[in-house]
Design a protein around this ligand. Sequence first.
Ligand SMILES: [Zn+2]
Length: 260
Amino acid sequence: MPELPENESQRLTLEDACLNRTIEKAELGNDTGYIELPGSNELGRLKGRQFTETRRHGKNVFAGSQSGPWIAVHLGMTGWLVPFDAPDDPPDYTKFLITFEGDRRLAFRCPRKLGHVRMIDDPDGYIAAENLGPDALDISEDAFREAIGSGRGAIKSALMSQSKMAGIGNLWSDEILFEVGLHPEAKGSDLSDDKIGEMFEAMRAKLNKGVEVKADYTKLPSDWLIPNREEGGDCPRCEGTIMRTKVSGRSAFHCDTHQT
Ligand SMILES: [Zn+2]
């Protein structure tokens, strides 16, 4: 599932391909019954407008202008924003399509359920209404301590809680815990101040690297967990074995030796 690095990469894609172009029309694709998309009145609001800025908060990507409206995109499991130029056809599974003046188009491609495109008036109001915590790359160390260090549940679940902190999901929570040697079921409230500080630094370093490689995981260092995420595999950091367990219903990967 796309997490912060994929969403930041998608924001940059919008920034590069879709700003300052007048929108001729916005329409829905085929087979859109099961996915949340704007209604026809809302689609009409985009006509004649331009996107002049983009934003990202956690796993939400926004494009809009000072006077609105904005699109708020959540990729879900399989969603992806695809700019292309006519006369090329939209990709398969296009659920939402914007036609800009000239040849440029923007498709939201989404083969499976989940994911959505919403029309909103302002991202700050939307972020508050969705009860999202601070973005994982914006959160201060103090706020991180408060959000993660107070948790009595599994630390992996706390890292993934979008209301505590937005942007981290299954893959990157495992990666951070692997780096600092914590078991996914360790409890935040049991951690020392030093350990939480170490986690904060690891989170920033890991996510920044994910953003730097534009979420192309073949470009991550070979001693990270992501390239070694295989049950029964050798840990690239120690003599341990990579284990797969369930934490709050989600698959968690960790090393049985250096993560305690
Ligand atoms: Zn290990």
